[in-house]
Ligand binder design. Structure first.
Ligand code: GDP
Length: 530
């Protein structure tokens, strides 16, 4: 990374990231403050009471419902300082989903939000592990410092121990709970004071020359000041100092303390992403590595969102541009179909509204409305055949069969299911024998979400029922052997939405048997989406 050439300025100033957190840690609030400071929305609103149902939709939709602002997109761009930020949404429901995983393949960094009173929670750990698979740089925001929180050292220790990552304090909290005053900026020797009177105001920043500066005493009561000096001294002795390279390699996370609801610490965090990066990264394809500074446009679809506007059955494919300078109207090469595609109405999501994207650069996320040609994993280039790697499709862990409660509507159910399969919201298998479908998901809540979406978006009430199968494996390998397997095991065979063969069973024994008896056949729990 360090010996890469300097990027063109337009690319170098882009920061593309996602926020990961356990529910309730403050992701939505932080997102809202980002957009507020980025000038994307005018006013931050109040959070209303919430139930589990809200989590089933994207957090941006949650923002929309709660605060009455129009966002409805999976990615949003805003400008702040000299940087252009692309914030990509990760779904908020507590069932870990593939969607989240794929989102994390499209960003260059993640912000991990933790609740200062709760520390590292189950979902934090799961998402962190996903980031680790890619060595994604992570910035940590310890939120809710205006409430009773744990001791600062304890929080840092817990992250280090639990997640096995070095933690370097970028700021240090002064007081906690009702006594929380603000932070000492350890990287720039500044005092940041929180304004409790105005929740949307950026904190006052006071330049000081280190912890011995007499100016400190004008702003910080003696007891808190003494504690601060002691703690910072100890922190400098015991904790690692921030090392940019180590951060970019995913081994170290800088941590800021703050209170999203009071807009405190948010600006420092944004400045941190700007200052430390990362800049748009190199991406891998089966053919070669693609660098952001390359002149030609290349990108891949990491998410498909159907029915964004219920009045039009349009779908938007979200594309991470990996390289080049894209201009509206440009013809791109759709690698899977080997066909050119004129991208005449790409959208950039500039918070308040969709906006036509006149141009975009490596690092940006654009939305391309289409009628189903674009699928997750698809590559778009200027003619070269590239297949981006590392966008997996997981074996679902839960299988159920589904049917329409009104048999007259059964015909349309297939269409609806295929749509969701292409969107990546579920796996849909059509058994070789009999009628009906088997749906596979990673988390149980997804069945409820699917049932309500099928009814809402297609007007088909459905019922999910236990299936006789519990495992799905993609069948690959030698053509003759695969054919033999299929013919001799029809009751286990089904086809996914791409027509690929999937072996369904409830017994591990069956899987072992197939592997033993059919030489040249592999059963795989994931399939790369290309
Ligand atoms: P998410 O589930 O991670 O998106 O969390 P939300 O942003 O919806 O926040 C969860 C709850 O914590 C809401 O009631 C917020 O108002 C509250 N909250 C968020 N940030 C803060 C903070 O800095 N201090 C306090 N006291 N509450 C906060």
């Amino acid at each position: 990374m360090s010996n890469r050439p300097a990027l063109p300025p337009e690319i170098a100033r882009r920061r593309t990231f996602a926020i990961i957190s356990h529910p309730d840690a403050g992701k939505t609030t932080l997102t809202e403050k980002f957009l507020l400071f980025g000038g994307a929305i005018q006013m931050a609103g109040q959070v209303r009471a919430k139930g589990e149902a809200r989590r089933t939709r994207s957090d941006f939709m949650k923002l929309e419902q709660d605060r009455g602002i129009s966002v409805s997109a999976s990615a949003m761009s805003f400008e702040y300082g000299t940087y252009r930020y692309n914030l990509v949404d990760t779904p908020g429901h507590s069932d870990f989903s593939e969607d989240t995983y794929r989102t994390l393949t499209a960003v260059d960094a993640a912000i991990m939000v933790i609740d200062g009173a709760k520390g590292v929670e189950s979902q934090t750990r799961k998402l962190f592990e996903v980031c680790r698979l890619r060595d994604l740089p992570i910035l940590t925001f310890c939120n809710k410092m205006d409430r009773e929180s744990r001791e600062t050292f304890e929080i840092i220790d817990e992250i280090q121990e639990n997640l096995a990552i070095d933690v370097a304090p970028a700021s240090w909290p002064i007081g906690v709970g009702r006594e929380f005053l603000g932070c000492y900026d350890m990287l720039h020797d500044r005092l940041e004071l929180m304004d409790r009177a105005d929740r949307n105001k950026v904190a006052e920043s006071i330049k000081i020359s280190g912890l011995d500066d007499p100016k400190l005493a004008e702003h910080v009561p003696a007891d808190l000041l003494e504690k601060l000096r002691e703690e910072v001294e100890m922190a400098r002795e015991l904790l690692p100092t921030f090392d940019r390279q180590s951060f970019l390699e995913g081994h170290m996370t800088p941590i800021w303390f703050g209170s999203a609801i009071n807009s405190f610490g948010v600006k420092e965090l944004m400045d941190g992403i700007g200052e430390f990066g990362p800049e748009p990264e190199v991406f891998h394809t089966a053919e070669r590595d693609v660098a952001p500074e390359e002149k030609k446009v290349a990108g891949f679809v990491f998410k498909v969102q159907a029915n964004m506007d219920p009045k039009h059955r349009d779908r938007v494919a979200f594309v991470r541009l990996v390289s080049g300078h894209f201009e509206r109207g440009q013809k791109l090469f759709h690698v899977r179909s080997k066909k050119p595609m004129a991208v005449s109405n790409p959208v950039l999501f500039l918070a308040a509204d969709r906006e036509l994207a006149e141009e975009a650069w490596g690092g940006d996320i654009i939305g391309i409305p289409n009628h189903g040609q674009l699928r997750i994993g698809d590559a778009l280039t200027e003619g070269e055949t590239l297949r981006f790697t590392g966008i997996p499709s997981f074996a679902p862990e839960l299988l159920q069969s589904v049917r329409a409660t009104d048999p007259m509507k059964g015909k349309h159910l297939e269409k609806a299911l295929m749509q969701f399969a292409e969107e990546g919201a579920a796996k849909v298998f059509k058994p070789a024998i009999g009628s009906g479908f088997i749906v596979g998901v990673v988390g149980a809540l997804q069945f409820d979400v699917l049932a309500s979406r099928i009814e809402l978006e297609y007007g088909i009430p459905v019922r999910f029922e236990p299936s006789q199968f519990t495992s799905a494996r993609w069948v690959q390998g030698d053509k003759v052997a695969v054919e033999k397997l299929v013919n001799a095991n029809k009751q286990h065979i089904s086809y996914d939405h791409d027509g690929d063969i999937v072996f369904l069973t409830r017994l591990q024994w069956d899987i072992d048997r197939v592997v033993r008896d059919y030489e040249g056949v592999t059963l795989s729990a994931t399939k790369e989406m290309m």
